[in-house]
Design a protein around this ligand. Sequence first.
Ligand code: GDP
Ligand code: IMO
Ligand code: MG
Length: 423
Amino acid sequence: MMDVLLGLQWGDEGKGKVVDVLTPDYELICRFQGGPNAGHTLEFENKKYVLRSIPSGIFQGDKVNVIGNGVVLDPALFQAEIEQLAASGHQLTGRLKISRKAHLILPTHRLLDAANEAAKGAGKIGTTGKGIGPTYTDKTGRNGLRVGDIECNFQEKYEAHKQRHLSMLSQMGFSVDAAKLAEDEKTWFEGVECLKTFEFIDSEHFVNKQLQAGKKILCEGAQGTMLDIDFGSYPFVTSSNTICAGACTGLGVAPNRIGKVYGIFKAYCTRVGSGPFPTELFDETGQAMRDNGHEYGSVTGRPRRCGWIDLVALRYAVMIDGVTDLIMMKSDVLDQFETIKACVAYKVNGVVTEDFPYDIDEGEVEPIYTELPGWQTDMTHMKSEDEFPEEFNQYLSFLEDELGVRIKIVSVGPDREQTIQRY
Ligand code: GDP
Ligand code: IMO
Ligand code: MG
C-alpha cells in the first residue's frame, strides 16, 4: 500500500516533521512533486535540519528514499543539501534514488522566474525564485531537460536549452549578467557531477515492484493543496499538482494503490507570497502567531502571513485530497490565547457560502467566524491525549465535526518527540 501525506493549507504545515515521525512504519519514502521551493524542517536531538529536494525519510534508519518523476531538481541546490547533510554525518549514497524522468532546473530557469515576476509588477506571485514555474512550463511545453538526459549528449542538450532561454530573456528585455551566469553554470555542472554519484532509476518500475513485494510506501507532499496548480488560489499558486492525485502522476502509481491519505494542517493558518488569504490578521493577534510560531519562511526567510484557521478552504482540501486521517500541527502556538476563532463560511459579495469559490479576490471575501474558548495551558510537554485540557478537546471535536475526519495526530512543538497519537 502507498500512503500519502499532504499539506492542506498554503504550505509549511509541518510535513517534514511528520514524515520523519512516521518513517519507522514505512520502507520507502518518496517525493512526487515540487522542488527546492520546499523547505521541510525537522528537529530531533537538539538539531534542526531543513530539507528542500531530499525526502524527509533519511534520518530514521536506512530507509530508501526516492525523488520521483514529478519533482524538479536543481543540481546546484541538491549538491549544497547533500554536502550539508554529509557535514552533519548523514551519508545518503545508496539509499537515495532519483527518477530519470525528473526535470532539471537550469540556471536560466531561475532568470526566467525573475523575469516573469518583474513583468507581472504589482501582480507578482511572490515566488521562491527557484525557477519552479519556468521548469514546469518547459516540461508541459515539451521542452524540458530531464535527469535521464545527463546520461547522453548532455552538454549539447544543455546548450540548446540555454540558448532558447537566453533568447526568451532578451525578448522580455531582461538583462543577463553574463559573468554571474557563468559562475552559476560552473556550480550547476559541479552539482550535476554530484547528482551522478546517486543511482538514476526508472522510478515507476522501482516503486511498483516495491508495492508488488508488499513494501509500505509513504509519499511526502510539498507545498499545500491551496497552492495546487488546478485547485489552489490560481494564479497565486505553484506550478505542480500538490493534491493527492499528484502522487499518482508524480510517481507512476495507480490510484487504487493509495491507502491512507494524511492531511496535515496548522491549528491556525499561514501563507508566504502574494494572493488571497481571507482569514489573514494584520493585528497583534497575527503578530503573536508569527512570534510564537516563528513564522518566517524556511527557504526565503520572508515573514509568513498569519491568520485564523479557514475551514472553508480546509473542507475543500479534505474533499479534493480524499483525506482519511487528519494531523493538527503547532497547536502550542495558540496555548496562551484567550479565545480561538475559526472561519466556518465566507460572505462573498453579500452571499454566504461554505464552498470554496472560484475566485477569492483579496478584500471581497468576508470570513464568518465561530469563537471558541482558548485552553490557556502550556501543552508543549504533554505526552498523551489524557493530559489535554477540556477546551483543547472541545477545539478538536469542533474541527472533526466541521471536517468530517478524525484528527489522529496532534503536534505540540517542533521536536520529533512532541507528537501525540490519538484514537
Ligand atoms: P513543511 O514545509 O510543511 O515541512 O513545514 P516547515 O518546516 O516549512 O514549517 C513548519 C515549521 O514549524 C518548522 O519550523 C517546524 O520546525 C515547526 N513546527 C512543526 N511542528 C510544530 C509544532 O507542533 N509546534 C511548533 N511550535 N512548531 C512546529
Ligand atoms: P513547503 O513544501 C509555502 C509559494 C511561494 C509563492 C508560490 C509560488 O515548504 O510547504 P514557486 O516558487 O513555487 O513558483 O512559488 O508558492 N510556495 C510555498 N509556500 N511553502 C512552500 O513549500 C512553498 N513553495 C512555494 O511563496 O507564493
Ligand atoms: Mg516549508
